[in-house]
Design a protein around this ligand. Structure first.
Ligand code: PEP
Ligand code: MG
Length: 911
């Protein structure tokens, strides 16, 4: 929002007036220059024009009242401090005009250097540069001055007056050609004087005016150009991508120029106070003698490791090290800095808290605690779940030989290489031979489960982040790239084509589930040490691994802090066991439909299509012992912890043969005169049950109410398994969950039947069974007060709740058109990935409040995909849920974020 202009508004701050906490007003660069100035560090004097001035300029198209006068006053005091005047013909003060927003936007906005040079002051600069004590010979000083002037015209022309940059480049190339060289440094003072003439002509041609000679006019125009660069196309794009608000504006820093290109006793460099890649302590940086900052960026000459500065200029080196230590202690974090040495005098041009890799974030947070600079709460604040998730996946060791051939959606992170297979059966076969396989499908369905379990990774050409492949792969912690639509998959022919190449079954591909990239051939993979630690195979107390020790320490603190419990979504004993090792405190969602695949599928098909009672009862009787065994295994693994078992919730089509294929088979068989009575009956039944919108059709509680005995069989299997567990000395805590409830009457009907069965089975075994419901239909959220009367717990199914609140098909929309919604900023992230706080979140809030009002103590959880999303975990903490439930691999992320949520809301909440 544009700031209100008031008559006395302060738009300009001297560096001595600001501090690091004024980033909103002074931008990151300005605030930190002020902080360093106040620390007494050698910062070239200057002042900052506020973001509010920029906002006012952008809103009205003119400088706000009072700004010009304030700049004048600050410039005068700068001139007094330096004992020089801007653009003075004898001894000019020169300044740089630099952008600097609240959030770093590297290279996105403009900078103009050497403001204050003109036809006279260039001579003065040359005289000063060749002055006594200088190592620049007089010829060198002339060269330096004219080079500085031509750089000003070039930058000013391009940035302020939109003169095409290539024109200047051409003129420079022309000058080098005339000189018979390819190196800028071979151009002498006369060549550069000639180049200034050529540049001025280019400037005149494009702007219709002479290059401005008035220093103050140069300054004002440069400031205006920096304001305007906030709205440059690339800056707008960058902000959208990084989700930086569009209305912040940039500050403008006017800084006394210092020169690193005045001879061998000058230079420029960048440094980090610790290694931003690993977090290791030490000096990390690069130095380039006799150069300006932009020469380093342009890569004209190679930099040397910062350590070499010790030989070149020990005094500056020692001073720099002292300053780096001081900055770390002051900022209590890794800092990155830019500096220049002008004739043996060190100047600090910039500092900020430096960016770092995920591993370095944990290591540095741990080190800073050891050094007593921060406490563990602050350490928790310094890391995040996205970083932890990155550390939990195997990674490719990529070098330049590997070029991706396609890019899909990074649906489940990690890196996997393996032999391509196109069917589940082949995946199982090859995996049994000990091969790594990548299962490639157009899209997966529940029948692919065995193949997905066997595969190292899954690649599909269709579907988004909540497609079947994505959800199931994430659940298993398996790498998955979905929706790679450049790939044409031909399953019958056992091949796919991509970028004009054909990949056959048996060929090797590599997929990166973080970036969505697909490579041909084998890329080497490194396993994650952090997972080995969570799995219990690395003991943090006894290994020399700074990362694992830091993760252990911070996770322990997060667990001590968090209020939310963390459960897992798991349907098998193996997943339950792994999740428990990862810290899960129970199961929040056991999807029982996943237990009806493979051999059992036929029984379910018979059950759904049964017309006679006897047929149905026989199918149910066959399923009961199988289900009981499933639950026994899970209760055993989760001994003593709650297990929420959801009654069956498949969209019907997943269990029936595909209609078109069946119709074709019947027609072909009829044509051949075969006996097709049985197939015809099946076809008629499938036609009868066919749905246009299966996700809105006969699924969840609706199926349970329509097919007699189905839910009853499951309830009985759960209760019997719990009793058998208790009799064996274990503690089973089953919670039966009814899916897709929209009205309390649905739940009451299921409950009445379930209670009878439970009472009958449980007897005096001491087993307690809770009955509750998913809240995943908007109507359920809006009538939560009524529903709570019949539910001992709610678990929010935010996948369906998002689907139904937005009317977005969860299987289709992400791949189909979300890119456009993201581009338009309608949302910054898919609402299937991170909870839409305003809409879906509001439904959650209403249901939580009204549910608890009707039934105090109502247990509240969430088991949609959002349960493992960092930002969503914070939301669920704020809303007051009791637990989040997520796939096993996301359990550590949820634990960490639940702890961070307490620290970030300033709570001393602990469990
Ligand atoms: C949900 O809808 O959020 C949920 C957990 O159920 P499912 O994903 O199985 O529909
Ligand atoms: Mg659901």
């Amino acid at each position: 929002m544009a700031a209100q202009e008031t008559v006395d508004q302060k738009y300009v701050y001297d560096f001595s007036e600001g501090n690091k906490d004024l980033k909103d007003l002074l931008g990151g660069k300005g605030a930190n220059l002020a902080e360093m100035t106040n620390l007494g560090l050698p910062v070239p004097p200057g002042f900052t024009i506020t973001t509010e001035a920029c906002q006012a300029y952008l809103a009205t198209g003119r400088e706000p009242d009072g700004l010009a006068g304030q700049i004048e006053a600050h410039l005068e005091s700068l001139e007094r401090a330096m004992g020089k005047r801007l653009g003075d013909p004898q001894d000019p003060l020169l300044v740089s005009v630099r952008s600097g927003a609240k959030f770093s936007m590297p290279g996105m906005m403009e900078t103009v250097l050497n403001v204050g040079l003109n036809d006279q002051s260039v001579q003065g600069l040359a005289r000063q540069a060749s002055g006594e004590g200088s190592q620049a010979a007089s010829g060198g000083a002339d060269r330096f001055a004219w080079d500085s002037y031509r750089r000003l015209i070039q930058m000013f022309g391009k940035t302020v007056c939109e003169v095409p940059g290539e024109e200047f480049e051409h003129a420079l190339d022309e000058a080098k050609r005339a000189k018979g060289t390819q190196n800028d440094l071979d151009l002498d003072a006369d060549d550069l004087r000639g180049l200034v003439g050529a540049y001025k002509k280019i400037f005149l041609k494009h702007t219709g005016r002479e290059f401005p000679q008035q220093p103050r006019e140069q300054l004002d125009l440069a400031i205006r150009a920096v304001f305007e660069s906030w709205n440059a196309e690339r800056a707008v794009l960058y902000r959208r991508q990084e989700r930086i608000p569009a209305d912040l504006g940039t500050a403008v820093n006017v800084v006394t120029m210092v020169f690193g290109n005045l001879g061998p006793d000058s230079g420029t460099g960048v440094a980090f106070t610790r290694d931003p890649a690993s977090g290791a302590q030490g000096i990390y940086g690069d130095y380039l003698a006799n150069a300006q900052g932009e020469d380093v960026v342009a890569g004209i000459r190679n930099t040397v490791p910062l350590q070499e500065l010790e030989q070149l200029d020990k005094t500056s080196y020692d001073e720099l090290l002292g300053i780096m230590a001081r900055l770390e202690e002051h900022y209590k974090d890794l800092c990155d800095i830019e500096f220049t040495i002008e004739r043996g005098k060190l100047w600090m041009l910039q500092t900020r808290v430096g960016k770092r890799t995920a591993a370095a974030a944990f290591v540095i947070a741990g080190q800073l605690v050891d050094e007593g600079l921060i406490d563990l709460d602050e350490a928790l604040h310094r890391v995040n779940g996205a970083q932890l998730a990155q550390l939990m996946f195997p990674r490719f060791q990529l070098d330049h030989e590997f070029q991706p051939v396609a890019k899909g959606i990074g649906a489940s992170p990690g890196a996997a290489s393996g032999t391509v297979v196109f069917t589940s059966a082949r995946a199982v076969e090859l995996a049994a031979e000990g091969k790594s396989v990548i299962l490639v499908r157009r899209e997966t369905n529940p029948d692919d489960l065995n193949g997905m379990i066997a595969a190292k990774g899954i690649l599909t050409s269709r579907g988004g982040k909540t497609s079947h492949a994505a959800v199931v792969a994430r659940g298993m912690g398996k790498t998955c790239v979905s929706g790679a639509d450049e790939i044409e998959v031909n399953v019958p022919a056992k091949r796919f084509t991509v970028a004009g190449q054909t990949v056959n079954e048996g060929d090797v591909v590599s997929i990166d589930g973080t970036t969505g990239k697909v490579y041909l051939g084998e890329v080497p993979v490194m396993p994650s040490e952090v997972v080995q630690y969570f799995e219990g195979s690395l003991d943090p107390e006894h290994i020399d691994n700074a990362l694992v020790r830091a993760v252990h320490r911070i996770m322990t603190h997060a667990d001590g802090k968090r209020r939310l419990a963390v459960r897992t979504n798991a349907d098998t004993g193996a997943d339950a066991a792994r999740a428990r090792r990862f810290g899960a405190e129970g199961i929040g969602l056991c999807r029982t439909e996943h237990m009806f695949l493979g051999d059992r599928r036929e029984l379910v098909e018979r059950l759904i299509l049964a017309r006679a009672e006897g047929e149905r009862e026989a199918a149910l009787a066959a399923l009961l012992p199988l289900q009981r065994a499933d639950f026994e295994e899970i209760f055993r693994e989760m001994d003593g912890l709650p297990v929420t078992v959801r009654l069956i919730d498949p969209p019907l089509h997943e269990f029936l043969p595909p209609l078109e294929q069946l119709a074709v088979n019947v027609a072909v068989a009829q044509e051949r005169g075969e006996d097709v009575a049985k197939e015809e009956a099946l076809l008629a039944a499938v036609r009868r049950m066919h749905e246009e919108n299966p996700m809105l059709g006969l699924r969840g509680v609706r199926l349970g109410l329509v097919i007699p005995g189905l839910f009853a069989m499951q309830v009985r299997a759960i209760a019997e398994a719990a009793v058998s567990c208790a009799r064996g000395g274990g503690v089973a805590k089953p919670e039966i969950m009814v899916p897709l409830v929209g009205a309390v009457q649905e739940l009451e009907t299921v409950r009445a039947e379930a209670e009878k069965i439970i009472a009958e089975v449980v007897g005096d075994s001491g087993v307690e069974v809770l009955i509750g419901t998913m809240i995943e239909v908007p109507r359920a959220a809006l009538t939560a007060g009524q529903i709570a009367e019949a539910a001992e717990f709610f678990s929010f199914g935010t996948n369906d709740l998002t689907q139904m609140a937005w009317g977005f098909s969860r299987d289709d929309v992400e791949g189909a058109f979300f890119w456009r919604y993201l581009e338009l900023g309608i949302f910054g992230i898919s609402p299937f990935e991170s909870i839409d706080r305003d809409g879906v979140g509001r439904l959650v809030r209403i249901a939580a409040e009204e549910g608890r009002a009707a039934r105090p103590g109502l247990k509240l959880g969430i088991c949609g995909e959002h349960g493992g999303d960092p930002d969503s975990v914070h939301f669920f903490h704020e809303v007051g849920l009791d637990y989040v439930s997520c796939s096993p691999f996301r359990v550590p992320v949820a634990r960490l974020e639940a702890g961070r949520a307490v620290v970030e809301t300033g709570g001393s909440d602990s469990r």
